[in-house]
Design a protein around this ligand. Sequence first.
Ligand code: F1P
Length: 599
Amino acid sequence: MCGIFSYTGKNVLTSHELLSRLQRLEYRGYDSFGYGYVINDRKGKNKTGFETVKKVGKVSDYLTENHRDTELKTAVSHTRWATHGSVTEANTHPHVSYDGTVCLVHNGVIENHGQIKTYLLDKDIPFASDTDTEVISNLLAYTFNQIVNLKQTERMAGLQTCLRQIKGSYAIAFVHTDMPNVIYYAKKGSPLVIGRGESEKYISSDIYTFIDKTDNVMYLSDGDYGYISNDTCVRYNLNDCETQPVNWTVVNATYDQVELGDYQHYMIKEICEQQNVIDNTIRNQNPVELGNIVSKLTTCRRVVFSACGSSHYSSMVGADLLRSQGVLAECVLSSEFKAHEQSLHANDLIICVSQSGETADIIESINISKARGCSVISVVNMPNSTIDRLSDSTLYVNAGPELCVLSTKSFTSQVAMFLSIWSKLSGESLPLDAYENSIFRLVAKSTRNAIRNIAEDIYTKEHVYCLGRGEQHPVALEAALKIKEVSYIHAEGFAGGELKHGSIALIEPGTPCILFVTKQHELELLANGAELKSRGAMIIGVAENNDELFDHYIRVSEFAKSGPMLQIIPIQLLAYNLALLRGLNPDKPRNLAKSVTVK
Ligand code: F1P
């Protein structure tokens, strides 16, 4: 969703570089973008003000077609994913306050924006957009204007007063005309990190916008606010009247991790990177941490998984694996978690599963769980993310940055993590080399070509149905999600046993149906396949053995509990090829965002 990248320093940054760095946040999903910078006071002759550039569309198109390069010393920039107000230049950030003194970018949602707007309109303060964000820039300017001798201390007090009035989530960066080389910030519920370079600072939603410049960072906590300049960094917190320590840490990340290299898209790069899942997630796991979590699993009353989207489907696999070891486990969609609040017990263990670690609904489920006294474990890909920091303990899936909007390697890594837990609980060892060889084979060029041929046969179809039983039910759901997200073909996943309870009515001659077959449910699922075939469906079998029923066959070997981790890979490839054949960009499907930081 929205992304922030801002810079202040002694060195000059061109607007081209500012936007190129902002572009690194594209993966979060956006529909418009903008930046604002200070027009310097020419020795007191002209009053300082702001120049802003706001555009609807892609940064890359603007950079190649219309951009006029400018040299900047302090600037804020932003990618917007519309929540309040349509996709127009007027609604694009930054928002300059009514009096021209504050230039602000924001990620999050201000829940009481209507109330604050009414308060400001009563004072004849005009608004130029339909956004919730503009209430912050106007409230700040109005509050600062009430202060007689506005110095830095008073400005901090004014900022604090405003933050106390705002309800909702925010990561904010803004510049005030009185201090043109300072960026003020505040964070609650949306990510924000500061990078410290040589006489320069960055403040951004993500370290990858500046990681090639500095690995010295400070992740901000909820309630933090303060300011940065080329040589200072000051931090306060709304919950504590003392100045907060500024703790820089060195992060172990490089920009190469997010470069495309020889790949055409992030989606295919990340699908191929699943070759490293066994090493990164299973072999690289901290055994002590894993042991601690497994002992909690055996002593808690019940396990409740909280997750969204693909992470919810991987959680279904996780819950299934736990239940196979006699652990009472269930999955709740984080957005529906509130409805389960009354049933939570202090001895329940909540497992939050998230690639980004920033999903707003999951964060809310953590707050609900903690208020009921439950322990919270998270399974995340992004260390230092909000969900990581809010949890009592964390298991990192170590998939590396995932930039394509669709989850691929993060899904398989989450499943691999649950397999590790299952192995500890059951005492059965995992056939890691066999898993690894299978993944290598599944992403090899020969398989990719074979799947492209299947895609050619179905890319003009209107519907695709995916069926699985038992552990393959979540695979069917995840497969359908992959296909619809990226190719916009309507796809639906369901449990094989449900076929005759409604979905079979949709089958027409030629409708592609993907069957995920494992030995355990082979007979029943093939019987479902036969029912589909007799109504003319085109059957695509994902199985260890071929069957005369299959019009297309994708071979996936079967090892202990490996089904969900391996069987999804060919369908990720299928979805990728369907998108390409339909002329779509698989990395940026319409309307979707990578990091869903609003509810
Ligand atoms: C959950 C999720 C992803 C999906 C998309 C939107 O995110 O639904 O599964 O691919 O990016 O968000 P997360 O909590 O796993 O980061």
